[in-house]
Design a protein around this ligand. Structure first.
Ligand SMILES: Cc1cc2nc3c(=O)[nH]c(=O)nc-3n(C[C@H](O)[C@H](O)[C@H](O)COP(=O)(O)OP(=O)(O)OC[C@H]3O[C@@H](n4cnc5c(N)ncnc54)[C@H](O)[C@@H]3O)c2cc1C
Length: 335
């Protein structure tokens, strides 16, 4: 392969949203002589099936700041790199069941406002005005975050990749990194089946393979990447006429609902719902000798397991009874 690069300032291993974002941001800062290696197609890991929620809320200043930056980037990226994408800033309503949760919201709200995010604390009645399908009788109040939204995860990855390529960075798909060696002068050599690339830095953006890629660095003082693979599910409902009518009348999508105490988000997807639980008894995968991580899991999912999330689904249907009027159209259960 004659145009295969043999030298780069940085080699990024992994072409999910994190790898593509790293390449884009390095190029933006002038480091255009960087290469991204993806063993399959861009987004093949966790990125292709992500629900695409883009929150800004956090109780950590720096995480909120980083997420705020993302919302600003996503709002301009499509035009900047000439790659139109679906990004909806719908706002979100975060539910408080207790006074303690309200205190947390008040603190986050002050922090958010200081960072320029116009968060507000609303009464349950105000929440109902903005979200007529919401049951609010047992709530203390809610946090309104106008900057919350959702994006198509594959589109944002492709947009970042296009932006990086346009600035001169290289992306090589279907080219797994197979190992690294470090020379005496500290130069890294990243090995692939297509050839070796010498570079100053290597970025491990291999998603759920990051621990495996981390092993390449062990002989040079690298440590075990502390991680494990969890299964995460979300379900999509069929279309709901009332949502379609609401969108027609109001001219906008419903805000996302987040209930951190019960532990789920519920957002409008087309004219139905996307319900994503964060399971208290989440299932780990690929943790034992007889359940080893496959060499390739590109664009794959696990069998859904709705029994595990039944209690959360029931709670969400009581919170938004409209959701209970439709059936489940599909389930995503991915790493
Ligand atoms: C069901 C579900 C819903 C989710 N919803 C959301 C959401 O709403 N909002 C949100 O922010 N996050 C969400 N996430 C999390 C999100 O998907 C991940 O955090 C994100 O996609 C991780 O991106 P990544 O680039 O780190 O990893 P990945 O997308 O997994 O990318 C890693 C890439 O590295 C490649 N790779 C691995 N090894 C090598 C190698 N040796 N050489 C070359 N390439 C290699 C893989 O093929 C892969 O493409 C969700 C996750 C799941 C499972």
């Amino acid at each position: 392969m004659s145009d295969f690069p043999t030298k780069a300032r940085v080699v990024i291993i992994g072409g999910g949203v994190i790898g593509a974002s790293s390449l884009y941001h390095l190029a933006k800062k002038g480091w255009t002589d960087c290469v991204l290696l993806e063993k399959n197609e861009l987004t093949a890991g966790s990125t292709w099936h992500a629900a695409g929620n883009v929150p800004t809320f956090s109780t950590s200043w720096s995480i909120m700041n980083m997420q705020r930056y993302s919302t600003e980037l996503y709002a301009r990226l499509g035009e900047e790199v000439d790659y139109p994408m679906n990004y909806h800033q719908t706002g979100s309503i975060r539910l408080a069941h207790t006074k303690e949760r309200m205190q947390e919201f008040e603190r986050a709200c002050s922090m958010g406002r200081y960072q320029g995010i116009e968060m507000e604390i609303w009464t349950p009645e105000q929440a109902k005005e903005h979200y007529p399908f919401l049951e609010t009788h047992d709530l203390e109040g809610v946090l309104w975050d106008p900057s919350d939204g959702d994006i198509d995860p594959a589109q944002v990855t492709q947009a970042l990749a296009k932006g990086a390529r346009d600035m001169g960075a290289k992306i090589i798909r279907f080219c797994p990194a197979t190992g690294v060696t470090q020379k005496e002068d500290k130069t890294w050599i990243v090995h692939t089946e297509k050839g070796d690339i010498a570079c100053d830095y290597v970025v491990n953006a291999a998603g759920y393979y990051a621990q495996r890629v981390g092993e390449y660095f062990k002989p040079y003082g690298g440590r075990t990447v502390p991680m494990m693979v969890m299964s995460h599910q979300y379900l999509l409902t069929e279309q709901i006429d009332e949502i379609e009518a609401h969108v027609k009348e109001s001219g906008k999508k419903l805000p996302l609902i987040r209930d951190v105490d019960v532990s789920y988000y519920l957002r409008q997807e087309k004219n139905g719902y996307n319900l994503g639980p964060y399971e208290p008894n989440c299932r780990g995968h690929w943790m034992s000798e007889d359940d080893q991580m496959p060499d390739d899991f590109s664009f794959q999912l696990w069998q859904d397991d709705l029994d595990r999330i039944e209690d959360i689904v029931t709670d969400a249907m009581e919170r938004v009874p409209l959701m209970a009027t439709s059936g489940v159209s599909s389930v995503f259960n991915g790493p």
